[in-house]
Design a binder for this molecule. Structure first.
Ligand code: NAD
Length: 438
């Protein structure tokens, strides 16, 4: 297989985060802690993952970062935007994800990361009232100001490349409309400040105009519209999204493929969560929750394929709720009551009680997405990066395809893409050759 030409990861990489709340600051603090040898990058595929190459008898399983040129953590420089002016240190302290004793050790680097003023609209996030926001006459001017920010940051930090990763609050639910349909309509809409252009779309437009990859960690539409896909392809830049796959959906996309693999039926899946961080507060608004709900609900339909298996999955009930419950802060607790059906129609139940930490799960996913997006850009991969579906609840996909939600198919796709980039044979797991007579 031919090795893909990949530009080496020389020089510094700017990782620019719209939204410097719990996830973003847990990511920044984590990378600073790992650089100082205070912690291990647990949960990160780019840092700890390995890919098997060749036959099982060859014993070749290099680290991902040995197989393909991933930017070194030492070369990453963090920046971002927020509607509050708090530094990453103050924001991390407020988020209460990490121990104060760890944050104290990282006070200097975290205090130095100060958000730039945000592009924000209370029409899109109703529960926040930020003051650290840009003012301009049009959405186009706001986009130009973000482009200036990206350039100035890269210059000040001596970065040769950048990635923008949306870690800001979930915006209210909107459906794609005419202004999102193509690039010309979108740019006209920016100039006329069309209300259907969300702040997150302005960030995505600014990044792509600057030739910078953009990924979306929240479920808002953002870059998942034809206009911005067109811009990404035109610029030769990768885009990815949507919505980090972390807690309950990670569980769901692990258990549902097992049910289908064994032809076990499903009567119903009831999922509920309590969450007390700022994300939980924003999701308490029905508009923002609707965006999240759509993202969470679609996974079972796509994995279980009720049309192909009507007797097993033709009529299951699926409910998802999130309750804002401040005492739990970032320590989300999720319950799943799963009613399944076995041989001769006998009912059985599975209960899952996941006591997780939202941002502890999300931070390594955010890091991997950012580093893989930088790799994709250097490998000349443009437009939607479906091979990164592994990290997303609502993976972006080409028109006419359905999204792939099954975690194990997603993982095979990810690993085979890495083998492909490195010019290694893809692995089919057929394995008959091990049993052929010599
Ligand atoms: N933690 C997880 O497991 C997880 C999983 C999937 C998705 N997400 C999504 O990731 C996002 C971040 O989660 P979090 O827990 O860090 O939330 P958070 O509320 O702690 O942080 C979000 C930050 O974004 C800022 N913000 C809002 N609108 C902005 C704008 N237009 N520009 C710049 N900043 C803006 C807010 O002020 C806040 O500081 C949320 O949308 C959440 O739904 C999180």
């Amino acid at each position: 297989m031919k090795k893909t030409k990949i530009v080496p990861a020389n020089g510094r990489l700017a990782l620019l985060l719209p939204g410097m709340g719990a996830v973003a600051t847990t990511l920044i603090a984590g990378v600073e802690a790992i650089r100082r040898g205070l912690a291990k990058p647990i949960g990160s595929v780019t840092q700890m993952g390995r890919v098997r190459l060749g036959k099982r008898t060859e014993g070749r399983s290099p680290l991902v970062r040995e197989l393909v040129p991933i930017a070194a953590l030492e070369d990453v420089r963090f920046g971002g935007w927020d509607v509050f002016p708090d530094s990453a240190y103050d924001s991390a302290t407020h988020a209460k994800v990490l121990e104060p004793s760890l944050l104290e050790q990282l006070k200097e680097p975290l205090s130095a990361v100060k958000p730039m003023p945000a592009v924000f609209s209370p029409d899109y996030v109703k529960r926040l009232n930020g003051t650290h926001v840009k003012k301009a006459r049009s959405k186009m001017e706001l986009g130009e100001a973000l482009r200036d920010d990206i350039r100035s940051f890269m210059k000040a930090e001596g970065c040769s490349r950048a990635v923008v990763l949306w870690c800001a609050s979930t915006e209210v639910y909107i459906e794609p409309s005419a202004v999102h349909g193509d690039l010309a309509s979108f740019e006209k809409g920016l100039a006329e400040s069309d209300p259907a252009i969300a702040p997150s779309m302005i960030y995505a437009w600014a990044a792509l105009k600057e030739g910078v990859p953009f990924a979306n960690g929240a479920p808002n539409l953002t870059v998942d519209i034809p206009a911005l896909e067109q811009l990404a392809r035109k610029q030769g830049i990768p885009v990815a999204g949507k919505d980090f796959k972390t807690g309950q959906t990670l569980m769901k996309t692990t258990i549902a493929p097992m049910l289908k693999a064994r032809m076990l039926g499903l009567e119903g899946w009831f999922s509920t969560n309590i969450l007390g961080n700022r994300d939980g507060e924003v999701l308490d608004d029905p508009g923002s929750f609707k965006t999240k709900e759509v993202s969470k609900l679609s996974v079972l339909e796509h994995i279980l394929q009720p049309k192909l298996y009507p007797d097993l999955y033709g009529h299951f009930d699926h409910k998802v709720t999130i309750h804002y419950y401040p005492p739990r802060a970032d320590n989300k607790e999720g319950w799943d009551a799963i009613d399944i059906v076995g041989w001769l129609g006998y009912p059985m139940q599975i209960k899952v009680n996941f006591q997780c930490r939202d941002s502890i799960l999300a931070a390594p996913v955010a890091l991997d997405i950012a580093l893989f997006m930088d790799l994709a850009a250097r490998a000349g991969m443009k437009g939607i990066q479906e091979w990164l579906s592994f990290f997303f609840k609502s993976p972006m996909h080409a028109k006419g395809l359905y999204p792939e939600h099954d975690l194990f198919i997603q993982q095979s796709k990810l690993k085979n893409t890495l083998r492909y980039l490195a010019g290694e044979e893809l692995i089919t797991h057929l394995g008959l050759d091990y049993y052929e007579e010599g």
